[in-house]
Design a protein around this ligand. Structure first.
Ligand code: FES
Length: 87
């Protein structure tokens, strides 16, 4: 990835926030076809809307789909003064 801009997304679970570059390891597409559609209906996993890869929210590890065993690229984020910032 070149320095500069990238697309990312953040998922919040209670007090924890997890940030990832919005690029599926399968084919390099953004995970969500529709705005903010990053999690499975039950909220337990991240899901790529193209071919169904599923990732753990806490570490981006792919647990199912065409890129099983791969990982999303981490975007380190933190909560400071009630705002989400790049760590
Ligand atoms: S591009 Fe994400 S599963 Fe294929």
């Amino acid at each position: 990835m070149r320095a500069g801009r990238f697309h990312g997304f953040v998922v919040r679970r209670g007090e924890q926030v997890h940030g990832y570059v919005d690029r599926c390891p399968h084919m390099g597409l953004p995970l969500a076809r529709d705005l903010d559609e990053y999690v499975t209906p039950n909220g337990d996993l991240l899901m790529c809307s193209w071919h169904g890869a599923m990732f753990r929210i806490e570490d981006g590890f792919c647990v199912g789909g065409p890129c099983s065993g791969a990982r999303l690229q981490l975007w380190p984020v933190a909560v400071r003064d009630r705002m989400i910032v790049t760590a």
